[in-house]
Design a protein around this ligand. Structure first.
Ligand code: PMT
Length: 413
């Protein structure tokens, strides 16, 4: 089993993974903490482009940020080589969020007055992306009515303010004006980037793809699931504001934007990973095509061909959804049903036996559903049903995600 980030960082990583942060660094002793911030953002999967003011470079070198971020640091409007690679207007369009940390009193004043006399202030003026500032300055500069008026102007324009905190300052004084700690800023940045929607503040775990049950070191039992349905659903649920963890069997698909992915192979591993992932989750969706049986004794060495016939002895795998329903009666669980006959009857049977809140049934076999780009679903829940006609799995996932959100909220009254 492998995981892209530590479980404790999972919700933050789910939001920051693949997001682009333009980090503006201003002059001030707190500039050294911005180096740690780069690391923290990158650890959560964000891409970071650093832009330094001239004064920032008196405190920390551009080389430090370049080495940490893996990207050339930008600091001048007049650097021809850098402008040729990515012009400042292009740079202003690049990020999902501009974060200025530390934000000096001087830069706050320049932003408030709409100046464009260095690269950072020009980028902010030329960008329609959200801006967050983490102020850091001496307590008297912070309390000065000029600074407070500038902040008032920026807050009024929708600039997000992260901090400051109070405590001992580099100048020996004690008071307000300390920059927030990097982890605090990272978490606030993740909150700002979290999509809002009907599943905001909701954690969803979704299983997807096939499982592989080993027969010997080189052979396994599996099925034709590609993971397309589950990955599309993970993506759609994220767009509704959910924090999504995807527990995936082997697929060739890229991890959807903003989704935390845990890779597994066997049904037993999928059960273990899903059991851990549902801690703190409200919704579990089972799109995975889990092998119902596994070899009771996988051979230690490659099986040699000898007899004309051979029989495999198989044992039942645990049912992941039914097991986790027993473990957590309050979880909203959505199952899938893959049927070649009596679709509604079998789906209803699974809904009841596994004590699910909803089940999305699809016809399979004869080239349907498995490894296809299109699908159709008939969704059932106690006392209701809805048909989602044939569409691309991406569109179908959007419709199913909206229905899951609707039924989930209805179930919570
Ligand atoms: O991956 P794609 O190529 O895009 O194909 C999508 C799909 C056809 C795999 C998908 O739409 C689908 O139908 N997934 C469920 C496949 C399946 O195994 O269905 P089932 O009827 O056997 O299982 C019923 C439910 O119990 C499913 O939610 C399944 O995840 C779950 N289950 C099954 C067995 C098991 N041991 N544990 C389980 O939790």
């Amino acid at each position: 089993m492998s995981e892209s980030t530590s479980p404790s960082a999972a919700p933050v990583a789910a939001t920051l993974y693949g997001r682009r942060i333009l980090l503006g660094v201003c002059g001030g002793i707190a500039a050294y903490k911005a180096a740690d911030l780069v690391r923290r953002l990158q650890d959560a999967g964000a891409e970071v482009q650093v832009v330094m003011t001239a004064s920032a470079q008196r405190f920390v070198t551009a080389q430090t940020f370049q080495a940490l971020s893996g990207r050339p640091v930008r600091s001048s409007l007049w650097d021809e080589a850098a402008e040729a690679a990515m012009g400042h207007i292009e740079l202003a369009r690049w990020p999902d969020l501009i974060v200025i940390a530390p934000a000096s009193a001087n830069t706050i004043a320049r932003l408030a007055h709409g100046l464009a006399d260095d690269l950072l202030s020009t980028l902010c003026l030329a960008s329609d992306k959200p801006i967050a500032i983490a102020p850091a300055m001496n307590r008297l500069m912070w309390a000065n009515p000029a600074t407070q008026a500038n902040l008032h102007t920026l807050n009024h324009r929708g600039v997000h303010q992260l901090g400051p905190g109070s405590g001992g300052q580099a100048c020996g004084e004690v008071g307000e004006g300390r920059m927030w700690e990097p982890l605090q800023i990272r978490d606030a940045v993740a909150n700002l980037l979290r999509p809002t929607g009907p599943l905001s503040n909701t954690r969803v775990v979704i299983t997807a793809g096939p499982t592989r049950e080993p027969i010997d070191p080189v052979r396994f039992i599996t099925n034709r699931s590609s993971g397309k349905m589950g990955y599309a659903l993970a993506s759609s649920l994220t767009r509704l504001g959910a924090e999504v963890t995807l527990v995936s069997g082997p697929t060739t698909l890229p991890t959807p934007h903003g989704v935390q992915r845990i890779d597994v192979e066997t049904a037993a591993q999928m059960l273990d990973a899903t059991r851990s992932a549902i801690a703190g989750a409200q919704i579990l969706v089972g799109t995975a095509a889990v092998a119902d049986y596994r070899s009771d004794a996988p051979a230690e060495h490659k099986i040699k061909k000898q007899a004309d016939q051979m029989a495999l002895s198989l044992v039942r795998n645990p049912d992941i959804l039914a097991t986790l329903r027993e473990a957590d009666p309050k979880l909203f669980i959505v199952g899938f049903a893959a049927e070649t006959e009596k679709l509604a009857e079998h789906a209803h049977g699974k809904l009841q036996r596994k004590k699910l809140d909803m089940i999305a049934a699809n016809w399979v076999g004869a080239g349907r559903a498995f490894d296809q780009d299109d699908n159709a679903l008939h969704v059932f829940w106690p006392g209701g049903e809805r048909e989602l006609p044939t569409a691309s799995k991406v569109d179908l996932a959007g419709a199913l995600a909206a229905l899951i959100a609707e039924r989930f909220h209805a179930s919570r009254g």
